[in-house]
Design a protein around this ligand. Structure first.
Ligand code: ZN
Length: 140
């Protein structure tokens, strides 16, 4: 167990990328599904996006990720239809982190980003037992 204090609305969460591998889920497919129509025309299938190196600003760790990250952070995440009032809360949280390049966000920041629900409710969803799309508190 990692020594994480009881999470609150300022606790930072991110997407555990290894969770997708362990769960047999395809992160690229999930990311591709979040693309706007314009970018989907650019990358018709998840396989069309080339992998790029991404440097974690906190640890300096270099990971090989998809151009889809850049796409979501630089373009789709700014589109009004990326997160709408009709977007389910769990999807909205996941998309907010994708558009943030998976840089950790707290429930308060997530609330500001998605403009719905409230920080306490978002925290409850994140801690609801079942990991939502591999979103976990950031370890120390
Ligand atoms: Zn786009």
């Amino acid at each position: 167990m990692s020594p994480i204090a009881r999470p609150d609305t300022k606790t930072l969460f991110h997407i555990d990328l290894t969770w997708f591998e362990k769960s047999g889920r395809d992160l690229r497919a999930e990311m591709h599904a979040a693309l706007c129509a314009e970018c989907r025309a650019l990358y018709p299938t998840p396989a069309d996006a080339r992998p790029v190196d991404r440097v974690n600003p906190q640890t300096g760790e270099v990971t090989r990720v998809d151009a889809l990250w850049e796409c979501l952070a630089d373009h789709c995440g700014h589109q009004p239809e990326y997160i709408t009032p009709a977007t389910p809360l769990t999807t909205a949280i996941f998309r907010a982190l994708l558009a943030n390049g998976n840089n950790p966000m707290s429930p308060e920041q997530l609330h500001q980003r998605i403009g719905k629900s409230n920080p306490i409710a978002i925290l409850k969803v994140l801690l609801s037992g079942e990991v939502q799309n591999g979103i976990v508190p950031v370890g120390d």
